[in-house]
Design a protein around this ligand. Sequence first.
Ligand SMILES: Cc1cc2nc3c(=O)[nH]c(=O)nc-3n(C[C@H](O)[C@H](O)[C@H](O)COP(=O)(O)OP(=O)(O)OC[C@H]3O[C@@H](n4cnc5c(N)ncnc54)[C@H](O)[C@@H]3O)c2cc1C
Ligand code: SF4
Length: 570
Amino acid sequence: MNINGKAQKVNTFDAIVVGSGISGGYAAKELCEKGLKTLVLERGRDVRHIVDYPTATLNPWEFPHRNRMPESFDKANPIATKCYALDEGTEQFFVKDAEHPYVQEKPFDWIRGYQVGGKSLIWARQTQRWSRFDFEANARDGAAVDWPIRYEDIAPWYSRVEKFVGISGNKDGLETLPDGEFLKPWELNCVEKHIQKRVADHYKDRHVIIGRCAHLTDPQQIHYDQGRAQCQARHLCYRGCPYGAYFSSNSSTLPWAAKTGNLTLRPDSVVHSIIYDDTRTKATGVRVIDTHTRQMTEYYARIIFLNAACLNTNLVLLNSTSRRFPNGLGNDSGVLGRYVAFHNYRGSINATYEGFADGYYYGRRPTTAFMPNFRNVNKQETDFQRGYMVAFSAARSGWQRGSAQEGFGADFKEKLTDPGSWHVYMMMQAETVPRYENHVRLSTHEKDPWGIPQLITSIDYTDNDLKIKDDFLQQGAEMLEKAGCKNISPYDDHRNPGLDIHEMGGVRMGRDPKTSMLNGHNQLHSVKNVFVTDGAAMTSTGTQNPSITFMALTDRAVSYAVSEIKRKNL
Ligand SMILES: Cc1cc2nc3c(=O)[nH]c(=O)nc-3n(C[C@H](O)[C@H](O)[C@H](O)COP(=O)(O)OP(=O)(O)OC[C@H]3O[C@@H](n4cnc5c(N)ncnc54)[C@H](O)[C@@H]3O)c2cc1C
Ligand code: SF4
């Protein structure tokens, strides 16, 4: 690792971004647009928009196993195959269990996408803003620490991100789920509208809306300029969309950054740690392991954005030790790796609806109906802390249903084309309250294939989470009953934490350097040229799908970092 002056110059950039997923892609776009020569380091392989989506247009019968994974794969990947989105058409975008080991002190299903684009290729694209209640929650009930920002601080950044990304949605005027800059909304179908009305009739504080999602229902010039086009409602999104109709780093932010001429993207580059210079009291760069040659190289920059996704960002910081920071970079407070939280998805409800036999719907809508949290919003009113969002959808069963499968000849074929009865599926997305005990740390003896210490996950549910789950199962069933549904079956699937794929925390924002890692601009309190703007920065989890908030925090932090560079503070 003897780097001469020339090589050092070649390896020096204005900014380094670690990770090319949802938040890293956004950081790259903003940094490059603002004129900074930016190096994006991505541990996974390159995935080029369109050309590297080999399954995007395949029919089920064109897959060797009809789009299902063979048993041998399931056996070899007990963690990854728990994710509903993994099948023969998408498996190339999911981490395989054996290739990237970690230690589960308590069961935690860590679902990952290691490639250019990260999980932006395989996310479900739901994008609900946080509300003022979410940023105030910790201060209100005294859990964890107070957020150093409020809704007003982030609202303009949500707007900027929404316009660029393209978010479809309806302006519902709800304080618990603020409106944004929306493209045309998707439509609720007739049974969902019926449930919406019945819920409104019975509960003044519960509102059913169509989910806001990162799909181009009505592309604007800014989206055409990115080379993207209108969504076709095919819902094959997890394979990569050849139209670029849903937002991914690959279709949107990375090509946009590349167009500026300021982007250097280096796939197959695992960031091992951040280099800290004790004399200059700042971070100077990162150590990178090439996944092909296994060689370690150093890259240098004035500012570093960590966007490796929550748990990997924790890992990189924990692994960045120096004389000044023996317990991980910026870890003066001792809270690095602590207060990791997630979303509780344990409860779901199935039901049927008799009626609307002449009702159907257009295409395969890539979103669902939502109900923003209605628990403990203005004051504490239950015996549990916080609350949950409800998501549900209604659909008619298809030709695969049991009763359609018997018969012969023309009558049989005719019967197969009839849609079956309506069924409703409802699920919860509950907040979990960050706790000191829920943490990640580095193993002292287990290493990954690159010689980096493996991450230990020690994250669990609490009694509060179980109470929330019971409340959802009871309230959800009651709402479906009031809506006239039948055969209502509440279900606790006892899933492990992690399978929600909304892990957050460990490098939390806060006002006080003694109890938090980052300030209100996502800047390490004690290493000012390092910014963390992925889920690791979150001080609490809210009940909303989190990625749009990661992007808004990123946009805001980049703007701040660049202004600090201009003021010569960085
Ligand atoms: C099936 C599924 C459905 C989801 N649905 C939604 C949804 O509807 N709404 C929502 O808001 N969120 C959803 N999510 C979660 C969403 O994908 C994540 O919140 C989001 O991708 C996080 O963005 P990120 O930039 O932090 O991480 P990622 O997008 O995961 O990107 C991180 C990148 O960093 C790279 N990396 C990691 N470690 C290193 C290292 N040491 N060196 C170099 N590179 C590294 C990774 O390879 C990866 O490319 C879903 C996720 C999945 C899998
Ligand atoms: S539903 Fe829309 S975003 Fe998804 S694959 Fe089809 S066209 Fe692309």
